[in-house]
Design a protein around this ligand. Structure first.
Ligand code: NAP
Length: 301
């Protein structure tokens, strides 16, 4: 039996692994995609204390290497269910694994705009990851949808490659940092399309443009772009655990700063739990808090 099973190898999950391993516990981390979570898609991280600037990929790789060097076992499988009891049973990839404690660090997945053919054109002009796909759009025009830090960072990143970047946001004020918006204003190839929604994707087999609708005048216009980068936030994905932990109306696991879920021996860390600030720093902090609580629980189990 493993001491602690961690669901998710993002910043919270890998931070938890590092803390639990250093406390002498055995750890298995399950990840259905690749390690790193959302930050792997961020071109540049400039707000993690102690690191002036680092790419999200390098940051995630550093965490992964640190955890595996300490002995973390990372299993590539989707966790389908967690069963409570004196011994927790975790079903992943059709197999059942046992642990004394479980940390849910499932993060969140990209929110879609919900446009017709958005899913079908994903990979043919529609992308949720500027870092991954930006280089394909060298010298081409693209649109970015969103007004948070991800959209602003994506627009900045893309402005280095693309001939033109339209930043389409549904309000006239950005949710993201003013410093990023100011840097975008200085870019000659960046145009803000504010108070507007993207209502249609144009093109048959690949994106040839988008239609944006002004929220105030109702006027529609076409933007001739070959790429649409959607960066409108994330949604949690915790339904598989709804029988063992409480979820709020948006699907986040109900847990406070102590990462306790109300189910003994099961903890929630990072973006998957109810919290006000979802940042790398808070995900890493949750990892430490949940791991130390889980270690203490293992001693009693
Ligand atoms: P976010 O902060 O939740 O912003 C989402 C943006 O998308 C908002 O501007 C929102 O508009 C817009 N939006 C939401 N639903 C929409 C819809 N259906 N149609 C059109 N627009 C929609 O998401 P995020 O930018 O991905 O950031 C998530 C968290 O990660 C934040 O806390 C952010 O600060 C953090 N982050 C940190 C870093 C870093 O540390 N370097 C990098 C990236 C992100 P409204 O503003 O009108 O609601």
């Amino acid at each position: 039996m493993t001491d602690i099973i961690i669901v998710g190898a993002g910043t919270a999950g890998l931070s938890a692994a590092i803390y639990a391993l250093r406390a002498g516990k055995s750890v298995v981390v399950f990840e259905q995609l690749t390690y790193g979570g959302q930050i792997i898609n961020t071109p540049e991280v400039e707000n993690y204390p102690g690191i002036k600037s680092i790419s999200g990929f390098d940051f995630a790789t550093g965490l992964y290497e640190q955890a595996t060097a300490l002995g973390a076992v990372i299993e590539s499988a989707q966790v389908e269910a967690v069963e409570d009891g004196a011994v927790k049973k975790v079903t992943a990839g059709g197999k059942v694994y046992e642990a004394k404690a479980v940390i849910l660090a499932t993060g969140a997945k990209n929110r879609p705009l919900g446009l017709e053919r958005e899913e079908e054109l994903t990979g043919s002009g529609v992308s949720y990851c500027a870092t991954c796909d930006g280089a394909f759009y060298k010298n081409r025009a693209v649109a970015v949808s969103g007004g948070g830090n991800t959209a602003l960072e994506d627009a900045l990143f893309l402005s280095n490659y693309c001939s033109k970047v339209y930043l389409v946001h549904r309000r006239d004020a950005f949710r993201g940092e003013a410093k990023l918006a100011d840097r975008l204003k200085e870019k000659e190839n960046v145009e803000f399309v504010l108070n507007a929604n993207i209502v249609k994707i144009l093109g048959e087999d690949e994106v040839k443009g988008v239609v944006v609708k002004d929220k105030i005048s109702g006027e529609e216009k076409e933007l001739a772009v070959e790429g649409l980068f959607i960066a409108i936030g994330q949604m949690p994905d915790n339904q598989a655990f709804s029988s063992i932990v409480k979820l709020d109306d948006k699907g986040y696991i109900m847990a406070g700063e102590d990462c306790e879920t109300g189910t003994a021996g099961i903890y929630a860390a990072g973006d998957c739990r109810t919290k006000a600030v979802r940042q790398l720093t808070t995900a890493a902090a949750d990892g430490a808090v949940a791991a130390l609580a889980a270690c203490a629980y293992c001693e009693l189990a």
